[in-house]
Design a protein around this ligand. Structure first.
Ligand SMILES: [Zn+2]
Length: 248
């Protein structure tokens, strides 16, 4: 095996962290097919550790660009203070989003309506306690916790790790992967970024996000960031490391 060296040009990347050099080298040894840019991004995300190891508690939960994933946990008692009910035309229940996300969601709903597409929120803000209920909903005594987590982690967040706790995420119309084939699913995939929403768990990026493809789950980031992410075709996790982590 040839010993890899990090080419000099990568040392000047704004997100290069010299304290992580041993981890970069170690990860490259295990994942030789990845580019150095990917290695550095993934290690900064902690992807060289299994999901739910190396967890950091989020200190800026109110920030609109907050990154919540399997390595970044929201404080247990965090509840956004500006939650507002979505207009009944776009709401299948009593669902609430943070103000800016709520306004943008309704704008998106009206634009979709003009194209003959109906969109409705079917889940939005979820508290830590409610997420705990959701995560353990399918647990039975016969199944070990280890086995349960292995299956459940692909489709449901552990409490504190759900983007829904930010009040900036919304599930739309239908929790089925076939949603991508529907007019609403197609419309959202093509247009949501104009309104500041991105598809947060894309197909083929499961090894980064830690979740199965979710064509119904959208995250509000504002039109500027959503447009950049949509055009770059990367996940928010990667975008956060490359463009946001140094300025926060
Ligand atoms: Zn969701």
């Amino acid at each position: 095996m040839t010993e890899q060296r990090i080419p000099a040009e990568f040392y000047s990347l704004p997100y290069f962290d010299s304290f992580k050099i041993p981890r970069y080298l170690n990860f490259k040894r295990k994942q030789e097919q990845l580019s150095w840019e990917e290695i550095i991004t993934y290690v900064n995300l902690n992807l060289d550790y299994p999901f739910y190891e190396m967890i950091r508690e989020i200190s800026n939960p109110d920030n609109l660009t907050v990154l919540v994933n399997k390595y970044n946990r929201l404080p247990m008692n965090y509840i956004p203070q500006d939650l507002e009910s979505i207009h009944p035309d776009f709401n299948s229940g009593e669902f609430k989003l943070r103000q800016e996300a709520r306004v943008a969601f309704e704008k998106m709903g009206r634009a979709a309506g003009q194209d003959g597409i109906m969109i409705q929120a079917i889940s939005t803000f979820r508290s830590f306690d409610y997420q705990e209920e959701v995560y353990f909903r399918k647990k039975s005594p016969e199944i070990s916790m280890e086995e349960y987590r292995k299956e459940r982690d692909r489709v449901s967040a552990r409490p504190g790790h759900s983007e829904h706790q930010t009040g900036l995420a919304v599930d739309i119309n239908d929790l089925e992967q076939s949603f991508e084939q529907t007019p609403a699913g197609k419309w959202l995939a093509a247009n949501s970024y104009h309104f500041g929403y991105i598809l947060r768990y894309p197909k083929g990026k499961e090894y980064i996000t830690g979740y199965d493809y979710e064509p119904w789950h959208f995250r509000y980031l504002g039109p500027k960031l959503a447009t950049e992410i949509h055009k770059l075709r990367i996940t928010f996790d990667e975008y956060y490391i490359r463009y946001l982590s140094q300025i926060l």
